[in-house]
Design a protein around this ligand. Structure first.
Ligand SMILES: *Cc1c(COP(=O)(O)O)cnc(C)c1O
Length: 431
């Protein structure tokens, strides 16, 4: 569910006509819906009401400080993967004591910064990392809070680049080795405090089964850790998927009502219905690390059509956004529904073609061989479901300034990040 829809035949975010934004701020521009962020957060929070839980929003999905501030106001904690993300959380008014720090390659500088800021917990991914955190904490005369990330070796049934819970992935400590790792901490690493257990099996999961399988697999381990080390939390990670295919229609409840049980994408209610009964008897605090679920459908990337071209076998529309602005299609075949600003431009004829950006890479496309909207030079489109892993993955490739970010809230909108200037582009460089 989200708040992008047609009103009077033109595409709106909440009550704001998107063309009123592009008229002033141009393109390419990310536009986010504050109410969609609130709705997703609160819906998930409510679904888990029966258990002691905390939502640790995965900052890497969308890390603009206005978004972090909005989530903090709702009560969210944060899952971070770098010191830079911790810096952002603090700049947004968030509390380090509600941050968990994930990732396989934390540097000494990052660990020291997180220790100084007093984060809630390091989610540690190897024995070697445990030893480094132990010695850095010892040098400060403090104890570092740690949880180990277990790799449960389950198949998340998602794209291979976003699957993280199989034994062959680089993430976490093997299921078979995890008990030994905790024993090693307890026996030898006296500047560490054992706080919990963490796992995260992958991203964009649209079925509940892999989550169930992973939780079931580690339940007895969690019980043992609670009895032996008095852990206080179990983090079940993020990964709840969103709707990409029918993104626009999925903003309406009627679309969800129409789906059969087999078609229905994962909802917070179904997730909770199957997971909560497994977790409740543990009597632990449960952490969740959703990123995409909170941010994905809350944002679009809007872009203007520059050129049309009809080749021998295909038609093309060249737009002013490119893979540097939104890399998901090029990186992992990510799909984004193309929605014209004017409802009348939704294709009624079958003109099949590609929408491509200006960058000199064959991978610079937003869609390939799809039914194109009837757009020509000067028309605008929105690439739906771009709120997560959109701007945060953007780069300056081809010396293209990073796009503007705008947050809509009800009847109003504000710029939450200005478009980069040429001066920004070369900041820090010298001849
Ligand atoms: C990326 C990541 C998440 C968030 O994943 P989503 O699919 O966006 O929910 C959560 N936890 C960890 C450890 C991650 O690396």
């Amino acid at each position: 569910m989200h708040h992008f829809h047609y009103k009077n035949e033109s595409l709106h975010c909440e009550n704001v006509d998107l063309s009123s934004i592009t008229d002033t701020y141009g393109t390419p521009t990310y536009i986010y819906s504050a109410q969609t962020f609130r709705d997703s957060y609160q819906r998930l929070d409510k679904a888990l009401a029966e258990i002691d839980h905390e939502i640790s929003y995965a900052v890497k999905a969308n890390s603009n400080i206005a978004i972090l501030h909005l989530l903090k106001e709702l009560g969210s904690g944060f899952d971070i993967v770098s010191a830079g993300e911790l810096y952002r959380v603090i700049a947004a008014g968030g509390d380090a004591a509600h941050c968990t720090f994930a990732g396989v390659g934390k540097t000494d500088e990052e660990i020291n910064y997180a220790l100084d800021q007093g984060i809630y917990c390091f989610n540690v991914e190897s024995i070697h990392e445990l030893e480094v955190i132990n010695s850095l904490a010892k040098a400060k005369g403090i104890k570092a809070p740690v949880a180990l990330r277990v790799n449960p070796n389950v198949d998340a049934k998602t794209h291979k680049y976003i699957s993280t819970g199989k034994a062959e992935n680089k993430f976490g400590i093997d299921f078979e080795a995890i008990e030994g790792a905790y024993a090693h901490v307890a026996a030898n690493l006296d500047s560490l405090e054992i706080k919990g257990l963490q796992m995260h099996i992958g991203s964009q999961l649209t079925q509940v089964k892999p989550f169930e399988e992973a939780v079931n697999k580690v339940l007895s381990l969690v019980r043992m850790l609670k009895d032996t080390y008095a852990i206080e939390f179990f983090s079940i990670g993020g990964g709840i998927g969103i709707v990409y295919e029918d993104a626009l229609a999925s903003g309406q409840q009627s679309w969800w009502d129409k789906q059969t049980d087999e078609q229905r994408p994962l909802t917070p209610e179904l997730y909770a219905e199957r997971i909560v009964p497994l977790l409740k008897p543990l009597g632990l605090k449960i952490l969740l690390e959703p990123g995409r679920f909170i941010a994905g459908n809350a944002g679009v990337l809007v872009t203007e059509c520059l050129y049309e071209k009809s080749g021998k076998s295909k038609s093309f529309r060249m737009v002013d956004a490119a893979m540097n602005d939104l890399i998901r299609p090029a990186l992992y075949e990510g799909y984004h529904q193309i929605v014209p600003f004017k409802q009348s431009q939704i294709s009624d004829k079958t003109l099949i073609g590609d929408i491509v950006g200006p960058i000199c890479e064959t991978g610079d496309f937003f869609c390939q061989s799809v039914e194109l909207p009837n757009i020509e030079r000067g028309d605008y489109i929105a690439l739906m479901s771009a709120g997560a892993y959109g701007f945060t993955m953007a780069s300056n490739y081809n010396s293209r300034p990073l796009p503007t970010e705008i947050l809509v809230d009800g009847d109003e909108f504000k710029v939450i990040r200005k478009r980069q200037t040429f001066t920004d582009l070369i900041a820090g460089e010298s001849v």
